[in-house]
Design a protein around this ligand. Sequence first.
Ligand code: SF4
Length: 354
Amino acid sequence: MSDLYNQSELSRQLLKWYDCAKRDLPWRTPPKSPRATRPDPYHVLVSELMLQQTQVATVIPYFQRFLQAFPTMDKLAQADPQQVLRLWQGLGYYRRANNLQAAARAIVAEHNGKIPDDLETLLKLPGIGRYTAGAIASIAFDRRVPILEGNVARVLCRLDAVESDPQEKTTLAKLWLRAEQILPSKRVGDFNSALMELGATVCMPHHPACLACPLQKMCRALAQNLQDRIPPPRRAKPVPMHHRQVLCIHRGNRWLIEQRPTKGRWAGMWQFVTVEGNATQPIPGKQIGQIKHALTHRLYQFDVWLIVAGKTFPVPINGSPRKWVTLAELDQYPLPRPHQRVAAMLAERHRANG
Ligand code: SF4
């Protein structure tokens, strides 16, 4: 990518726009101290983990509840992992919650509770990749390091009229280089935030608002009327369907739940007893519903069964902890989204049956 525009003019225009147009987001507020001008590094860490694959509007209430429960790094490091998952419930991608707490524990144990301010040390923390490390170093500490995520990649591709897939390895490497080349010498954190903000609010995937864009005079895609074709649409991959049998086994008003393994999807969360695959033998109960749940790369179909405890049925023993709980007590357990829906289905049946 050759020099296509005056880089100091780009940062000047972008920062001028950002100072007027930036959204008032809770993790951007500096701590209440007369000398503080930058956001609290702990808030940046929490928000960056939450914002991965998730919209700002969805994250805001989760961020606020999380900070209320764990106002400091120490509190998060010492917290019960089940409470951390419980507060993450509904945000999805639960591995982020485990990673966040693992990072907090490492920061407390190895860095005296202070988030490191350099890229190399940040990258050694559990679950912190190149993007998150760059975001923390630049936004919280104003270090001169680049960031690249979906929004920034789209803006850079359009500015330079790069028509290849930004997720393709060679293009990705060039974009990281570009993101570094265009960094200003001052206000790096604001500059990186501004690039993301522009991608999220102006240079959107569909119908970018070029007339409102502070970079329109230097945008090669706009000059060539390519903005709607960059980046190119990705070829949709077939999404496999996975079947699960959810066995809602009850003894009076108590329901049998089990904890998922500590690794893999929904790690450490709780669920109604669940068997993988289609039912290969008659289930001694009544099917009360079916739930479909879509993730990015797979679809799930959950057949939901109501079973009275004591019926002869070989529930597989997977060694996971199991408990008998009332529906009201389920609130204390982190449940994956499909099992929250099963719980709602059971509560609705209970109400309907008086
Ligand atoms: Fe994006 Fe349009 Fe701005 Fe170019 S002019 S960066 S396509 S919003």
